[in-house]
Each structure stands twice: as structure tokens, then as C-alpha cells.
Ligand binder design. Sequence first.
Ligand code: ADP
Ligand code: MG
Length: 700
Amino acid sequence: MNTSPKTALEWPVDRIPGIGQKRATALQNAGLYTIGDLVYYFPRRYLDRSTVTRINRLKPDQEVTVVARVIQFTVQKGRRSRFVLVVGDGTGFLHCIWFSRLPYWYKAFKPGEWLALSGKVGFFKGLQMVHPEFDRLGVTGEGEQVHTGKIIPLYPSSEPLGQAGFDSRGFRRILHTVLKNWGDQIDETIPAELAERLGLAPLRQALSAIHFPADFATLQAARMRLKFDELFFMELLVALRRRHQQEGTGGIRFEKVGELTRRLVESLPFALTGAQKRVLRQIRADMKSPRPMHRLLQGDVGSGKTVVALITMLIAVENGYQAALMAPTEILAEQHYLTIKEMLRELEVEVVLLVGGQGRSERGELLDRIASGEARIIIGTHALIQESVDFHQLGLVVIDEQHRFGVMQRATLREKGLNPDLLVMTATPIPRTLTMTVYGDLDVSIIDELPANRKPVKTFWRDESRRSKIYHFLRSRVSEGAQAFIVFPLVEESEKSDLKAAVESYEAMSATFFKDFRIGLIHGRMKPEEKEATMAAFKRHELQILVSTTVIEVGVDVPNASIMVVEHAERFGLTQLHQLRGRVGRGSRQSFCILVSYGALTEEARTRLETLAVTSDGFKIAEVDLQLRGPGEFFGTRQHGLPELRLADPSRDLELLRLARDEAFRLVEADPQLRDQESLGTRHYFVRNYQERFGLAWVG
Ligand code: ADP
Ligand code: MG
């Protein structure tokens, strides 16, 4: 492919006058490599008269932005030393206070410099703002302009960017230069007919106005156009993926429905639910057809996805193929391995487990069995997609907890077979309104029914001060034969201290409160064999209490475990807690989930814990989660192999999203290769920004 830069927008940032190696590096570190990246680096907000408050209008407790000049500053020594910056805007003076990094602040400002300061107004011998956020507006010019109504964009920055001169003001300058010099090289990205029909602003105009709007109406129109572009190209990606899949023939026909599946179903200690049967019919139909299956299996925690996956894998096996199941964590992979081996006890199907921590010779042996075809069902983690793994005849790929994997990883595993069928599973319910957008390239099956005789988990939220009561309760239940999980949070940012806290608590508990119980510990840092042994011991009821970090979050299946205590529940996300809770309530015992929180909680944390205490409906929980976290976090759009959205918000811009989706699908229908003269701009933009990054095997 010819990758030589075509327009100035693809030039590296060091081609801009005034940007040397050092400044270019700062931009690159922030992900801004080309002039085009800068053009798409949007302001985080705007200042003008209507968004700014005059100092003589300030009242205590307001959250405001003030635009004012630096008059003077001093460090005041005292019991609590402080840096005091006095600013004025012609109507009055305001004191801005910092209590830390005094020498830094002392060098930070120049008298006469204009600043936009945002924060809460306080009163202490006069109006003041403590630790305000601020942007620099320069020594002359922009500061005054704000008060005459001109709109000034404020850009996101960071300390390294700021040090290279890219504070808000630095970005304004460079964008001014960029748009002046090369703005006329911005090519239109959507067909003219479309822009006209929908009344969308031309791209050039929109990109110029989002940086330097003449007024708010123009800004509004610019944002609308750019949001449309984001959503349109996202949906174009989805539409093209879908089309690509539907055109795909060359898939495998799994025609035989044979012995293995029949014997498995007969050997199960339960009857399949109606929903499981329905979903399996859909899967069978897919597998029979020559078009490769691309199916998403959605089902709340505990709805019984594993057995559906296993039956699907057996269909592949009895047709002479191998099936691979990839799970996001070792614990989960091991768990699947144990469960599946157990379920297959009476059938002769060779199952293997491939994970990261296995020894060299063990691994070599496993790889041989996978390559020779002796292993029929291969379960593993990311280890499955490594280059050294060769399959004999891979016919089916199953991905569990699919939101943990990217589209690329999905694709890499599929490429190890010859157009194998794909089943992806998720326990994260997606609000129905949005399913078709995010998973638009997959057919969807939903298990919307839990196995009968499930007693809902009783969920309580308690403050940490009630701990000894909680533990008494736990002791009495465990004495009666129940098993319990005690879960500690562990997040990447504070992994070390989190792990330490969990291990120390475990040690304290096993030495004191639970010393006459059989109690075990499991966490991500243990060796795979250790984890496996501990899990197996818990499954066999050799352990009564299992202390763990969040490694057990997904997929662990021990029906006799009926109590879960979640420590520091306020630190967990809503869906995460829901998933955790799904580890209990799987057997005939009444189950309990006790969420233990520490200290005063934020509004959001309270909402999460309250929601969990009153509902166990995964869809309701997902809706609340979506509201709390916003769509970006919720979807992990990147994880779905979808572009990041900067301006658009699928939950708020639902109408625009529908429009974009309709138009994208219509375009792909009419001109699948985007070859018409009218579509060329769209094609170029798509190829440059989407195709490769999002792994679409579309070469037109
Ligand atoms: P998830 O959908 O969360 O992955 P699992 O597949 O782990 O759920 O199933 C949860 C539990 O329910 C397991 O113990 C499984 O054996 C059991 N199970 C699955 N299907 C049924 C059914 N139809 N009737 C009763 N129990 C079932
Ligand atoms: Mg599962």
C-alpha cells in the first residue's frame, strides 16, 4: 500500500513552524502525531462574556469562572503558609490561594498576565478562591476580548504538555497557525448529497468553527456536524464488517448432530431452560450454514452460558473439528477447564488447558497435542493467540466475557482456523436500545431466563462498623455447611497496597476470627498451579472460606458457596459487583451477599450500593451503570474495536446515532466498495483512519 503522506494533514507535527524536536515529542507523547491530529484536538470548553462572572458580581459558594489580570502575588508564612495571588478585572479584586508547592507557584505567574480562573468562591476576610483551576490567556489581547464577547477556546493540557508550551494558550496559537496555513486542505468526508439533505455544515467550516467559533450558534452547528462524522464512521465500520461477514461463504457446514451432544444433554443433572434451548437452535442453524457464525450470546450471570458453549463446542467436535474457548483470566480459564472436564466425564473428548504460567515442557507437550488434533477442546487465556499455537483443524472459536478482549484478539484467534465459526459471550447486559449499535456486526442471542429453583440472593449493604456482626453471621452459616467468599478490591493503580491489604486481612482472619475454619487465599499473583489447587480445594469443600481479590469476579462456579462478603464495596463498579454477586445463589441454599463499605460515601457510590441491594436484574443494573458512568466507560468502545468518541455520546445523541446508522448502512448497501465518485472522500477518510486500526479485512 502506498503510505506516502498526501495532504498536509498527514504531515508530522514538526513540520509546523516553531515546533522543534522537543515540542514535537511532547505532542507525540500526548498522542498527537500529525497536523490532522491537532485539527481534531478539540477544546474542552469555551469562555466568553456569557460564561464568565465579573468579580463585583461574585457571591460565596458559587462555582464560577473569572477572567482577570495578575496584579501581585506573595507567599504568606504562618501556621499554614500559603501562596496568595491577587487578580483584578476592573470591577474588583480576588484572592487566589494555594497551600502547597509554594515555590512552584511563586514562579508561575507574571504581573499583567490574563488568567481564566475557575473554582468555588469562598469568603475569608474578603472573596477568595482556593486552588482554582486556571488557563492562561496571555499578557495582551485575549483576556480583554472575553469581556467584549469574543469566544475563547480552552484546550485540555497536562503538565508535560504545559512545560512544552502547550497550555491552553499554546494550543490556541498553534491551531490558529495550522488552520490558517492548511485549513483549505481539509477534505470533505461525507457525500455532498448527504450533508445537504441533513443540513450539516461543511467539514472545513465545522473544524474551523469548533476551534474559533464566531458565536455559539456556529459552534452548535460545528459540533453537530462533527458528532455526526464520529457516529457515521463508527457505523460505517459496523456496516462494512457486517457486510463482509454476510458475504463470507467459505465457512464450515457442521451438518452432523450426533452422539456427543445427545449424550451430554442426557448426562446433565438438570434440564436445559427454554431460553437455553432456543439459543441452541439459533446456534445450530448458524453452524449448519456455509456462512461463518458471528453470534453474541448475552445472558445474565448464572443464566447458564457455559453449558450452551460446551454443547456448541461438541457440535464442532463431532463434525471432526477442534473448538477453542478463550477466557480473559487464568482463573476463569482454569475454572472452565475443570467444569467442562467434569461435564464431559462420561464422554471421550480430549480437553486441554493452555495458560501463560505453564512450564516449558508441559507447554511443549500441550502444543503438540493441539497441533496433532489429539486435543479436541482447547481452553485457555490470551496464551491461545500466541504465534506458537497451531491448531490441527480449528472449526469454532468461543470467547468468554468478550468485553475484556479487543476485536483484534478475536480476529487473531479466528485466523488460526479456516474461517471458523465464532461465538462470543457476555454477562454484561447492554441496554437494548444500544445493542444494535455496539454489536451491530454480530447476531444476538439472549438467554433471558434463569434456571428454575434459583432463590434470589439476599443483598445487604452495611457499614464497616458492623463487621463483627457480619462475621458472626458468616461463622454460623459456615458451621452449618455453607461456603463463603470474602472479596477484596484490587485495582491496577494501587495493586501493591491492595494486595498487601488483602493478604494481611487474610492472615489476621485466619489467626483470629476464623481460626477454627478451613480458610484459603487466592489472588492473581499466585502461580497457576497454586491457584488451581486452591480453587479445586474450595470446589471439593476442603476449604470453607475463600479470601480472594477480584480474580473470582467472572465465571467461578461453586454451587455450594452461598455467602459473599465484599470488603470496600464502595470501590467496585456496579456491573462488577453484580458479576461478583453472581458467584453465589447457584445452589439450593439461600444465598447472601453483604456489601461492606468504609467511611463517608460519594453520592455515586451510595447509588451503586443501593441499586444492588434492591435489584438483581442485570438489565436494570446496566441502565443505572450507563447513567452513572457514561457510555465511553461503559462500553469500552475501544474494546469493541470501535473508535473512541470525543464529542458524541451515544446515550444522549441517540437520535443522531440512529440517523448516522441508517445513512451508513444505506451507503454500504448502495455502494459496498465506496467506489462511486460521491463516496471517494468517505472512502479515503475511512481507509486512513479506520480500516487498519480497527482490523477490517476490507480491501477494495
Ligand atoms: P453463566 O451464564 O454466568 O456463565 P454458568 O454457565 O456458570 O452461568 O451457570 C451457572 C450455574 O447454573 C452452573 O452451576 C450450571 O451448572 C447451572 N445451570 C446451567 N444451566 C442450568 C439449568 N438449565 N438448570 C439448572 N442449572 C443450570
Ligand atoms: Mg460464565
